[in-house]
Design a protein around this ligand. Sequence first.
Ligand code: BYC
Ligand code: FE
Ligand code: FE
Length: 483
Amino acid sequence: MSDTINVSYDTQIPNNVGLSSDRRVLKALEKWHPGYLDWWKGQGPDGFQESLVYLRTAVSVDPKGWAKFDYVRMPEYRWGILLAPQVEGRIIPCGEHYGEPAWQEVPGEYRSMLRRLVVIQGDTEPASVEQQRFLGKTAPSLYDMRNLFQVNVEEARHLWAMVYILQKYFGRDGREESAELLQRRSGSDEKPRMLGAFNEETPDWLSFFMFTYFTDRDGKMQLESLAQSGFDPLSRTCRFMLTEEAHHMFVGETGVGRTIQKTCERMREAGIDDPTDIGRVRDLGVIDLPTIQKKLNLHYTLSLDLFGSEVSTNAANAFNAGIKGRYRENKIDDDHRLRDATYPVSEFTDGKIVVKEVPALTAINMRLRDDYSRDALGGVKRWNAIIKKHGFDFELTLPHEGFHRQIGTYTGAPITPEGEVITPEEWAARRDEWLPSKEDGDFIASLMKPCWEAGKYADWIAPPRVGIDNKPGDFEYVQLHMA
Ligand code: BYC
Ligand code: FE
Ligand code: FE
C-alpha cells in the first residue's frame, strides 16, 4: 500500500499528507491545536469529556478498512488529516478550464472564491457540534449517546480538514480564518455561524435525528460538489469526508425510523386506529406521527435554505471557474461548460408560482437542491413502509419547496406544505398546524429522560436492529464518568 493510504501517527496529528516533513504547516497546525482543544472542551459534548466512548477512528483511507473501533476519552480522540488518494491524471471537471489538469496549488484568480467556500464549509462543522452539545444528557440509550458523540468527533475532524486546507494553501489569511472558525458560535448574536440552519437549536433527540437525516445530507451534497472541484486537495479531502458522512445520515434515518416504529407498536397495543388522535397517542408516552411530520417540515425546509438562491451568480462563477461542480459532475454526459443549456426553476412573483427555463449555469444551486430532494425521498419512503407495515393509513411527505423558506425566491412566501398560496394572515394563523409549536416542543421535551443502562432504551424509541461494530444488544457503548 502506498503511504497516502496508510495514516502516519508519528506526529501529534495523524495524517496522510506528510505533515512531519512539512514544517511550516505542522507548526501552524500545532499552534492552532490548543485553541481547538479549548473549543472542544468548552463547546463539545457537555458533561462527558471524561467518559470512555466506543468510537471509530480513521486509520487509513482505504475504502475497505479505514476505521478501527475502541474506547476513547473524547478530548484524546485522534483528529487527523486524511485525504483520499490522488487520482492519476485527474482533470478540472467543469467550467472554462474543463479538461485541463486539476490544480495542485490555488489558482490565483480564484483564491478568494475558493477561500470563501472552504470557510463556509468549515464553519458548519463546529457549528453542528455546538448545536448538539447538551443532547448527551437526555440520551435515550448508551447506543444513541455513542452515535451522537461519533457524529460530533467526526464533524470536529471535518473542521480539521478545512483548517488544513486553509493553513496549507492560504498563508496568513488562512491562519486568520482558522482562528475565526473557533470564535464564531452557533446562535450567537455578536458572532453567529455563517449559515442559517446552523444557528438554530437542536433541542431534542427527534430534532437531532431529523438534523442528521436532512442537514447532514446537505453536507453530503455540498461535499459531493466540492469533491468535483478542480482544486485537487479540496476534492481529495471532501472525498474522504464523504466516507464518514454516510454514518451520520444512517443515525438520522434509523433514529427517525425507530421513533416511528415505537409509536406504531404502542398505538397497535393500545388499539388506536387513528394516528391523528394526538391526545391518546401522547398519553402512551410516544411521539405522534403528525408531530413527526412537523419536525420533518422544519428540518427539511431549513436544509433547503442551505442550497442558497435558486438562481445564483455566485454558483455560476464557482462552476465556471471549475471550483465547485455539480453532483457527480464526472458522470454527467454533457459539455460540462453549460454554454447553451437551460434548467427549469420555479419563481414566486405577484403571488404566483411560475416555472421558468433559465440558463443552467445560473441554476447550479437549484439543480443540486433537486438532487438533494430526490436523495432525501428514499428514507421518507422507508419510514412510510414502517407505518404501513403496522397497518396505519398515514403518510409522511416532503413539503412543497415554497413552504417556510427564508432564502431564495420563496423567502417569506405564504405557501402551505401542499404548495397552495394563501394570505400571510392565514399562514400565520395556521403555522402551528405545520411546524412544531411550543406545546409540541414541551411534549417532546417531557419524554427526553436519560436511559443509560446498557441495553435499555427510553420508552419513546425502539432499539436498533443491529449494534455498532456488530456488538451485542447489551454492549456498554459509553462507560460513563460524569464530571
Ligand atoms: N444562510 O448566491 P446565493 C455540512 C448567502 S452542510 C445564510 O444565493 P450561493 C454539515 C450567501 O452566503 C454543507 N446565508 O448563494 C451538515 C451569499 O452571501 P454573500 C456546508 C446564506 O453563494 C451537518 C448570499 O446569501 N457547505 O457540511 O450560491 C453537520 C447570496 O448567496 C444562505 C457548504 O455550504 C443560508 N442558508 O450558495 C455538519 C458548501 N444561503 O457572500 C456539517 C460551501 C446563501 O453575498 N458553500 N446565503 O455575503 C456554498 O457552496 C455556498 O456558499 C452556498 C450558498 C451553497 C451555501
Ligand atoms: Fe461534516
Ligand atoms: Fe455530518
